[in-house]
Write a protein that binds this ligand. Structure first.
Ligand code: ATP
Ligand code: MG
Length: 256
């Protein structure tokens, strides 16, 4: 075995959950949104998360990204244990290591597209890497929209700005919650192609929630959630294999 193979650390996960549990409310309104989830998101991989509405997909993304509190268990970004961080350290980690694409875009209406894209870096006092931002902006077809404000952009363009913002600071990991949920199939395919390219060509790490088997087929791996637990996964998924998996679980739900 080569020196590198012996001495290289085991391929580090970009993020990892162990026994991750999130309980909302108490008494009659108690909801176990995540029930002891163990999952790893490999560095340089594109992972899709699927599952019925209410199965805990957004909660998992929010807990892993340090946007929501964890009831018990562990969540790590790289080697950093989120539950061990103070609020300020968590804010900093979120800003520096995590990109998040919210389903509702969350763009600031008074800023231009370019200002929105570079806002997280401006807040962190970091200078944007112009060449990298240019590459993202060109690939996403936003070059001639940079001085527009969100109201002057179509929904698809706003979504692309939100994706550019998540990628602009080269975070260690990008979480995207249904990034193509509101897009026509062509804009959706462009975003998915770009996410895949950013993983395989630009060495980013992406975790994406989707309800769409075609969107999931862009990923390297699909993880299925049900009732706050991981129930299955597929590697190198085709849209047909994903659809088949969903149909089988729906069949089980009907007969049980
Ligand atoms: N802040 C909250 N307070 C109370 N319950 C919550 C809260 N957020 C989520 N839940 C509950 O936790 C469960 C998981 O919700 P979550 O948003 O993670 O589902 P999801 O898989 O993302 O669903 P969808 O596909 O509809 O977006 C649901 O039963 C939901 O009602
Ligand atoms: Mg959700």
């Amino acid at each position: 075995m080569s020196y590198a193979a012996v001495h290289a650390p085991a391929v580090a996960a970009a993020a990892r959950a162990t026994g991750l549990t999130r309980v909302y409310g108490a008494g009659e309104t108690r909801v176990v949104a995540l029930d002891s989830v163990d999952v790893e998101f490999g560095r340089g991989r594109f992972t899709a998360i699927m599952g019925p509405s209410g199965s805990g997909k957004s909660t998992l993304m929010h807990c892993m990204a340090g946007l929501d509190a964890i009831t018990s268990g562990s969540a790590r970004i790289g080697e950093v244990e989120l539950t061990a961080l103070k609020d300020r350290e968590l804010t900093r980690l979120r800003r520096e290591a995590v990109g998040f694409v919210f389903q509702a875009f969350n763009l600031l209406p008074t800023l231009t597209a370019y200002e929105n894209i570079t806002l997280p870096m401006a807040i962190a006092g970091r200078t944007p890497d112009r060449a990298w931002v240019d590459r993202i902006v060109h690939t996403l077809g936003l070059a001639d929209r940079l001085t527009h404000r969100p109201v002057q952009l179509s929904g698809g363009q706003q979504q692309r700005v939100a994706v550019a913002r998540a990628l602009a600071g080269r975070p260690e990991i990008i979480f995207a919650d249904e990034p193509t949920g509101n897009l026509d199939s062509r804009s959706g395919a462009e975003i998915l192609g770009f996410l895949r390219e950013s993983v395989h060509g630009l060495e980013q790490t992406v975790v994406m929630v989707t309800h769409d088997p075609v969107a999931a087929s862009y990923a390297d791996r699909v993880v299925f959630l049900a009732d706050g637990r991981i129930v299955d996964e597929l590697h190198a998924p085709s849209a047909d294999a994903v659809l088949d998996r969903i149909r089988r679980s729906e069949g089980r739900a009907r007969t049980s």
